[in-house]
Design a protein around this ligand. Structure first.
Ligand code: SF4
Ligand code: SF4
Ligand code: SF4
Length: 296
């Protein structure tokens, strides 16, 4: 058999993928505002939990706006903005641009802001079908396709995951407060999974949904929390650097997963990224996806 040598692949493991272009005053607490667009608000809920676990958070950040935690309206200026949720109305676009014009550092806060997240599932149906399914009178609705926030404004950092990870959050705010670039992981969840000595469920649980693991193509940073609890990675942190999507699809097909299974797994959290969109379309060979954008 004439087996062709596969092309060499490189892992993007450099410590930072983005340069800190903004600067915050490291002598003072960083004036911070947290905004919410289309999402479940689970990432800001997770942040409340981090305050409890990591009091250092409140030594570094001075929240001037955080609806879930404070009654205060937004009156003070801020330097650091966390934006949770995707954009799904024309008003969101204007609000987001106003936030960008004020913030020195803007962070996409969680999977919905970074990749569209679960709300972006609606992009894979026509807008009319979604509206008719959800609203009694769709004529009153003015929603648009869900988009990650960097579709409209420059984003300095992406805190990925559904919800965000506490270690990664602390790394980010310590770096921002010290005017340094944070560590951005480019490697896959598999690395963290093997570091935890997990048995591979993709190999072990053949043909069942629980074994349909996207870890080989998903960006690390969650310490493989799902696979360490015998649950497949659903790809909530979006694609890793240089992911081999065609091989992932071939692996799933070889294990007997259906076209629908594969499409659903790739579109659950980050289906708008170029890479996972490719995975979702691979089986069907769709030429024109409902929505497609380059990776965050
Ligand atoms: S990323 Fe997940 S937890 Fe965070 S807001 Fe979106 S759906 Fe909720
Ligand atoms: S269980 Fe998933 S993340 Fe863990 S090694 Fe296997 S494929 Fe990778
Ligand atoms: S294992 Fe996968 S689905 Fe689970 S938190 Fe990590 S990236 Fe998200």
């Amino acid at each position: 058999m004439n087996l062709k040598k596969p092309p060499a692949r490189t892992l993007d493991l450099k410590r930072t993928e983005v340069k800190l272009t903004a600067s915050v005053n490291s002598n003072d607490k960083v004036k911070t505002a947290l905004f919410k667009f289309t999402c479940c608000a689970g990432c800001q809920f997770a942040l409340l939990y981090f305050f409890h676990q990591l009091p250092e958070t409140l030594e570094l950040l001075d929240f001037v706006y955080f609806k879930m935690a404070m009654r205060k309206e937004l009156e003070e200026p801020y330097e650091l903005a966390f934006v949770e949720g995707g954009v799904s109305t024309p008003e969101h676009i204007e609000q987001l641009k106003a936030i960008r014009s004020q913030a020195k550092v803007l962070v996409a806060f969680g999977a919905c802001a970074a990749h569209g997240g679960i709300p972006s599932i609606k992009n894979w149906q026509t807008e009319r079908a979604v509206e008719e399914n959800v609203y009694p009178d769709p004529l009153l609705v003015s929603s648009i396709k869900v988009s990650p926030i960097d579709e409209f404004v420059k984003v300095d950092y992406h805190l990925r995951g559904c919800p965000i990870d506490e270690v990664e959050f602390m790394e980010l705010i310590r770096s921002v407060a010290a005017d340094k670039s944070p560590y951005i992981r480019g490697h896959p969840v598999c690395v963290e999974c093997k570091l935890r000595n997990n048995i591979c469920i993709l190999l072990m649980r053949e043909g069942v949904q629980e074994g349909m693991c996207l870890g080989p193509v998903t960006r690390a940073g969650c310490r493989a929390v799902c696979t360490s609890n015998m649950r497949a990675c659903f790809g909530c942190r979006g694609p890793m650097s240089n992911s081999n999507i065609p091989e992932m699809v071939r692996t799933f097909m070889g294990k007997g997963f259906s076209a629908k299974d594969i499409e659903m797994r790739f579109t659950e959290y980050a289906g708008l990224s170029a890479e996972f969109s490719e995975g979702a379309r691979a089986y069907y060979g769709r030429k024109t996806p409902y929505y497609h954008r380059k990776a965050a």
